[in-house]
Design a protein around this ligand. Structure first.
Ligand code: AMP
Length: 554
């Protein structure tokens, strides 16, 4: 069995890893540490988050730098503030038995003055986000002339976030660099280019398959129609009472809206998105970490770099546009040897995308049914009863109350008491789920022809909605303009589904859709028009900003 000692690490570092409960090195540690300890070999580590890569580069760095030289010798560049802080925290515990080594975390969103003072104190290791680091270089507040080791962590994320030029700038500004270590979950061509340009014969190590999702994750999907997405989400949460999870949305508006709705309905949830101040983000993350919050709802950008242990579920409220983002989302669960579930709520037209993701993650998706109202109630019931039976009554002086309780309940049967306890706990669920509808799209539902597809609209003045009610085809409609069309790859049906999905408006509210190459016009019930505009206007589709407005006011 390979040990940390056997990899050539200093005994003070070995002592620190055992104190952290690391028994054996992980695969990436085993493969990287002996190479990196040489100090002169460039290295590419293809590894997901959760594989132990922070220790894989952090331990060798601590061994290589000279504590007596009080200037920056090693630079770790990573995409987010959260990741910066995590790396510094982990490295602080690795260096517990070493003296004279100082680290600093520099990232945006906080005053720069304090960070400059920390750098002046004489640090050997700088952990930085690209933007703030460049700011410091330009202010001449940091000197990278003596940097020997540069680590690029989560390189693919940094490129995704548009940091390519910044990274190149940083690499160019470290003239005495002896080795460059690049860690990435995926290997897009941009990374290959950077490595070709700035690295010498890098030793490449791959843990698992590139782009492969973690095998400890069960990938599940649920097919629902657009207007049931929110209810389906609620049902999945209710069906998994012990869930400690992250829900991902494409937009901050969705994250905010869903968090507000669920909070009103009594769930412990908060949103993390780009509009929050740093103090608000810290507060939300603090509450989630200490489990005051059971659920976090986040956009991809806001959730970057978050490493929270013990996440049981990741829920994709919608699939991400970019397939690789799926790997990052699902990788928040199933970490450090634990298993996890990644659930995706999808529309039937998206099933083909699942096949693409399956190829990317090299793991199968399992089709699951949205649980029925009865299933949810039963699950909650058993969960509660288990909790009741497992309640520790050995401490506390409950015996003294027993005679009093017996007297109080003398005329009530045990059965009745149990029913009352259940009623207290389950009233909300029973009421909500009484006669709850089936949210799964079944074949018979999918083939049902909607009034829209039958060609309702101005020409067919009156038609019927799916419940058989009549509505006027004219008069109550207004027309919306949107800058999406057939050149965006839409057909009428896929376009309809797309706008319904985003807006969560029922298709019965729509009239005729007129699609052109560049733009489209949508007839919509006047009362739903603003909701549709709010849902679409300003969003992006394939990197382009969507413009939607009332066509009559244009
Ligand atoms: P990382 O990939 O660096 O984000 O690490 C994921 C988690 O695994 C962190 O919480 C580490 O503390 C933990 N970890 C790293 N190396 C080991 C190890 N050799 N044994 C057990 N846990 C580890």
């Amino acid at each position: 069995m390979i040990t940390f000692e056997g990899l050539g690490l200093d005994e003070r570092l070995v002592k620190a890893t055992s104190a952290l409960g690391y028994i054996n090195p992980t695969t990436i540690q085993e493969k990287a540490i002996p190479v990196l300890l040489s100090g002169t070999t460039d290295f590419i580590g293809l590894a997901q988050t959760g594989t132990g890569k922070t220790a894989a580069f952090g331990l060798p760095l601590l061994q290589l730098i000279k504590p007596t030289d009080k200037y920056p010798q090693a630079l770790i560049v990573c995409p987010t503030r959260e990741l910066c802080m995590q790396i510094v925290n982990e490295m602080e515990s690795f260096k517990k038995h070493m003296t004279g080594i100082n680290l600093v975390a520099v990232y945006g969103g906080t005053p720069i003055g304090g960070q400059i003072r920390e750098i002046k104190r004489g640090v050997q290791i700088v952990v930085a986000t690209p933007g703030r680091l460049i700011d410091l270089i330009e202010r001449k507040a940091i000197n990278l002339d003596q940097i020997k080791y540069v680590v690029l962590d989560e390189a693919d994320e940094m490129l995704n976030m548009g940091f390519q030029d910044d990274i190149e700038f940083i690499l160019k500004n470290t003239p005495l660099r002896e080795s460059t270590w690049l860690f990435s979950a995926t290997m897009p061509t941009e990374i290959k280019k950077v490595s070709k340009k700035y690295m010498k014969d890098p030793k490449e190590v791959q843990v698992g398959k590139v782009n492969t999702g973690n095998k400890d994750i069960d990938h599940q999907y649920f097919v629902v129609s657009a207007q049931h997405r929110y209810d389906a989400l609620k049902r999945l949460i209710d069906f998994n009472p012990g869930m400690y999870g992250i829900i991902f949305t494409r937009t901050k508006l969705d994250a905010q809206d869903i968090a507000e709705k669920l909070t009103r309905e009594g769930y412990d949830i908060d949103a993390l998105h780009g509009d929050l101040t740093q103090a608000q983000r810290d507060k939300v993350m603090g509450q989630f970490r200490d489990k005051t919050l059971q659920l976090l709802i986040a956009t991809d950008v806001a959730a970057r770099g978050i490493d929270v242990q013990g996440i049981t579920h990741v829920i994709n409220f919608e699939l991400p546009d970019d397939m690789e983002v799926y790997t990052h989302r699902s990788g928040r669960t199933g970490r450090a040897g634990k298993t996890g579930v990644c659930m995706s709520i999808i529309h039937s037209r998206e099933t083909f995308r699942l096949r693409q993701i399956e190829r990317l993650i090299q793991a199968p998706f399992h089709k699951m049914e949205i649980p029925t109202g009865k299933d949810v109630c039963r699950k909650q019931f058993f969960y509660f009863m288990d909790k009741l039976l497992q309640t520790d009554i050995s401490h506390g002086n409950y015996e003294t109350y027993v005679p009093m309780l017996e007297e109080k309940f003398a005329d009530i049967s045990k059965e009745d008491i149990l029913k009352r306890v259940a009623a207290m706990e389950f009233d909300r669920f029973l009421k909500y789920y009484d006669n709850a509808e089936d949210l799964n799209i079944r074949d018979d539902k999918r083939t049902r022809v909607s009034p829209m597809r039958e060609g309702a609209g101005r020409d067919q003045a009156r038609t019927r909605d799916t419940r058989g009610r009549e509505f006027a085809g004219t008069g109550n409609y207004t027309k919306l303009f949107v800058n999406l069309g057939t050149k965006d790859g839409f057909y009428k049906a896929s376009f309809l589904q797309y706008i319904l999905d985003l807006s969560e408006i029922k298709k019965e509210s729509l009239g005729r859709i007129d699609m052109k190459e560049m733009n489209s016009w949508i007839e919509i019930d006047k009362s739903s028009a603003n909701k549709m505009i709010k849902a679409l206007d300003g969003k992006t589709y394939k990197g382009r900003r969507i413009r939607m407005n009332d066509a009559s006011s244009r």
